[in-house]
Design a protein around this ligand. Sequence first.
Ligand SMILES: Nc1ncnc2c1ncn2[C@@H]1O[C@H](COP(=O)(O)OP(=O)(O)OP(=O)(O)O)[C@@H](O)[C@H]1O
Ligand SMILES: [Mg+2]
Length: 220
Amino acid sequence: MSVVVFGAEKGGVGKSTLAENSAAVRAELGYRVVIADFDNQGTCSKWVSRRDEDPALSKIDVRRLAADKRSDVGAFAALIQELADTYDDVFIDVGGQDSAVFRASLAVADKIIVPLTPSPDDLDTVPDLADVVRRFDKPLDIRVVLNMTSGQPIMLRDMKKGLASYADILPLMPKTIGTRVAFKYAKVSGKGVAELSAKDGYDANAANEIKDLYLGVFGK
Ligand SMILES: Nc1ncnc2c1ncn2[C@@H]1O[C@H](COP(=O)(O)OP(=O)(O)OP(=O)(O)O)[C@@H](O)[C@H]1O
Ligand SMILES: [Mg+2]
C-alpha cells in the first residue's frame, strides 16, 4: 500500500495531471487505485468521470470531501485512513493554499512529488516549502519534478541552478516532463498519456516521461 501526494503551493503546475497519469499507470498494472481529490475545481474527479464512460479502461476511484470539509484536517485524516485501508494506492491531489491540510498530507504520505514549472514564480515558492520540510517532525520522501519544460532552456537551467541549493532537502527528479499536447488529449478522454491511441494523439515522449515519473516514484 502506498500513499503518494502530488502537492505544490503554486497553482497550474501539473499536480492533477501528474496524479491522474500516475494513477492510470498503476491501475493498468492491476492495483486498486483511488485519487483523493482536494483540488477545489475537482479536476481529477472530472477526469475520473470521463474515464468511467470507457469500459475498456482500468477502474480508478475518486473521493472528495464536501467543500466545507476540505480544509478540515480531521476529516482529511479520516478519509485518507479509510482509503488506505481499502485500496492498494492512494494518490492525493492537494494544493498548498491550505497549509494545514497540506501538512496533514505530508504526515500520511509515503512519497511526495512537487511539480514545478520553469518559472521565477515557481522558484519563489521553494524556500517556504523547504522550511516546512526541514521543520517536519519526520524525514520526508519528497522530490521535485520539473513539468512543462519545453522551449525554455535558459529558464530551465536557472531553475535547476536555483533548486541545486535545496538538493539535500528537496531533491530534483533527474527526468523532466515536456510541454506536450498529449496531456490535454488524455485529460479530455479520461486516459493517461500511455493509454492514448495514435488516432487520439498518442505521443511516445509523453508516455516515456510518465513512465520515468512512475519509475521514480515506485521504483519498478
Ligand atoms: N506536461 C504538460 N504538458 C502540457 N500541458 C500540461 C502539462 N502538465 C499540465 N498541463 C496542463 O496545464 C494545466 C494545469 O495543469 P494541472 O491542472 O494538472 O495543474 P494543477 O497544479 O493541478 O493546477 P491547480 O493548482 O489549478 O489545481 C492543465 O490545462 C493541464 O492540462
Ligand atoms: Mg489541480
